[in-house]
Design a binder for this molecule. Structure first.
Ligand SMILES: [Zn+2]
Length: 187
């Protein structure tokens, strides 16, 4: 079970607002919901400690609420890929969460990578903004999907792109800067 610290016990880090929650998913990685420059973001972030003080590191990723919802919606796809890999099937997953953020699983690594990619010439390349989760951390992150709406009720009003009225035809998707970030301007 994922251990839960209430927002009362979580510390304020840096200049950001106090996190609403701090859910540990193992190996010093925490899931936090925090407002930064007026935007509420859900962080999956590695912490470090020094001289008895813990602090967040750059290793991690900040997801918008929309990204969080997109990620929570593809858990079964991710789990199916992991299950197939365990049976030594040739399988991989490279799933676009939106705005060049991808979740990926492939045969070389036993885990789930959530990462911001960037568009370079005609393809996407991985950036250093991201986090690789072990299978154990991934399974704890799935618990967080269920819990997070208690801390972030705003999640209930997020409509995934695929369910928006303007995405019911392909043009809506092609013109969307979230779904088609690198080529939407061409449509
Ligand atoms: Zn979209």
């Amino acid at each position: 079970m994922t251990s839960v610290h209430s927002s009362n016990s979580s510390q304020s880090h840096g200049q950001g607002e106090k996190s609403r929650c701090q859910l540990e998913i193992g190996q010093n990685v925490y899931v936090m919901a925090q407002t930064w420059k007026q935007e509420l973001l859900i962080h999956i972030r590695k912490f470090d400690s020094d001289k008895g003080k813990t602090f967040p590191t750059k290793r991690g990723i900040a997801l918008t609420l929309k990204h969080w919802v997109e990620l929570s919606m593809c858990t079964s796809q991710i789990d199916e890929t992991i299950a197939a890999l365990k049976e030594r099937k040739e399988e991989k997953l490279f799933h676009h969460l939106g705005a060049n953020m991808y979740v990926s699983v492939d045969k070389n690594i036993a885990g789930v990578d959530i990462r911001q990619w960037w568009w370079c010439v005609d393809t996407v390349k991985p950036s250093r903004k991201g986090i690789f989760l072990s299978l154990q951390q991934w399974s704890k992150l799935k618990d967080c999907f269920e819990m997070m709406s208690d801390f972030v009720p705003e999640l209930k009003s997020i409509v995934p792109c695929a369910m928006q009225d303007d995405h019911q035809n392909q043009m809506g998707f092609l013109q969307c800067s979230f779904c088609n970030p690198n080529e939407c301007h061409q449509w």
